[in-house]
Design a protein around this ligand. Structure first.
Ligand SMILES: Cc1ncc(COP(=O)(O)O)c(C=O)c1O
Length: 395
């Protein structure tokens, strides 16, 4: 293996890491910044970590960074460990009534749908799954699928901004508008969106939006944010109830004080986020007011080009239009369609062990067994060429 001690990314040079979407890689300078924060913490633990001492100003600096990137107001932003926690906090706070329906989609993330199902079960409510087609031709197909699944009992909706298994960008502006026109409150699971897509929550006006810092913003694992519209903040409790529930000095609002202190925790992943975003912005400088626009464009074009290589190699048509992609792309491989779980596992093992590729290979539904590629700054087009060769060699 080459000496990579000075490379900006820590990913092993002998690994074709095409899975930034699952647990994104974190740049070296960000890990170093995180360690710096951890050292400062250990030098003076109480002063550093006590909310009534110097923790809150540090968190507020990061909150302002997040607010600037997503165009939201800092008081509406809380921190969570990850998107799963953000979804849990919201759906488990919903005042569900027996008979209520919660709408999710068949492209949703299993962990988050489990949280919805559990909350629904406990309240005698039910979960309705809208079936979005895949392959898909047009964002209108998403809106139609959701509209057809709405009933007078639909009170809540969980939709993904970028779907995990199929890697498509859902038309969330239209979906939020549709939901609000029917008095439905919308939770957007934006796990993948920050760093992949421009985000303007002031324009989108979701009721709730959660996302990870540790995916396309390349923040250290474990960190994310939860935005809650001011009108809904009184109802949302964190997954962990702590001092903030009855103690002054943990934040300027009940909402923030409840989330600012989940018990003793390591804030270093949060505190290193500004360094991560600065690093990403430096990779593809742009005049655009969105400082990550250059990187987003680069990654999108790489994902599209990488997908095109695979589609052309196997003579496949587009499973989704390029305009519905960010920097993920999922391709169903027809010759795998009837594979057993063992055969799918054998493909994963061969790609990983013999060809040194890390990427998801999975059954999406009865007819589609897929691979999903990611494109991040450290990926190269030739990796997708080699992936196509490796897959061709398998089938
Ligand atoms: C759409 C979506 N939601 C939620 C998550 C969960 O992220 P985490 O495990 O960081 O909570 C993922 C992870 O890939 C995801 O793709």
């Amino acid at each position: 293996m080459n000496d990579t001690r000075h490379e900006p990314w820590l990913i092993r040079s002998d690994l074709n890491f095409l899975n930034h979407g699952s647990f994104g890689a974190t740049p070296r300078c960000v890990i170093e910044d995180q360690r710096h924060w951890q050292t400062l913490l250990e030098e003076d633990p109480i002063e550093f970590l006590a909310p009534e001492r110097s923790l809150l100003p540090k968190l507020n600096f990061v909150r302002q960074t997040v607010a600037d990137e997503i165009h939201a107001s800092p008081p509406d932003i809380a921190f969570v460990r990850n998107a799963t926690e953000g979804v849990n906090a919201v759906v488990r706070s919903w005042p569900l009534q027996p008979g209520d329906e919660i709408l999710v989609t068949n492209h949703g993330y299993n962990a988050c749908i489990n949280a919805v199902a559990q909350a629904a079960d406990a309240a005698g409510a039910s979960v309705v799954t809208a079936t979005i087609p895949f392959p898909i031709r047009d964002p209108d197909e998403v809106v139609q699928a959701i509209e057809q699944s709405i009933t007078p009992k639909t009170k809540w909706m969980l939709i993904d901004h970028v779907t995990s298994p199929t890697g498509i960008v859902l038309p969330i502006a239209e979906l939020i508008e549709l939901a609000h026109s029917k008095n439905i409150r919308v939770m957007v699971d934006g796990a993948h969106a920050p760093g992949m897509l421009p985000l303007n929550l002031s324009e989108l006006q979701p009721d709730y939006y959660t996302a990870n810092h540790h995916k396309w913003w390349c923040g250290p694992k474990v960190s994310g944010f939860l935005y809650v519209d001011q009108d809904c903040q009184d109802d949302v409790l964190p997954s962990i109830i702590s001092h903030g529930a009855n103690t002054e000095g943990y934040g300027p609002s009940k909402f923030q004080s409840q989330f600012n202190w989940p018990g003793t925790f390591d804030p270093s992943p949060l505190l290193a986020l500004p360094t991560a975003i600065d690093f990403l912005a430096s990779l593809h400088p742009t005049e655009d007011s969105n400082r990550l626009a250059g990187l987003m464009r680069h990654n999108h074009q790489l994902a599209v080009a990488g997908r095109r290589i695979i589609l052309e190699r196997f003579n496949l048509s587009e499973p989704a239009p390029e305009s519905m992609l960010g920097s993920l792309a999922t391709v169903p491989i027809p010759s795998w369609a009837n594979h057993s779980p063992d055969q799918i596992q054998a493909i994963r093992t061969s790609l990983r062990d013999e060809h040194r590729f890390e990427l998801p290979v999975f059954r999406f539904d009865a007819t589609n067994v897929c691979l999903r590629i990611s494109a991040q700054a450290y990926n190269k087009l030739e990796q997708y060429e080699r992936l196509a060769d490796a897959v061709a060699g398998l089938s």
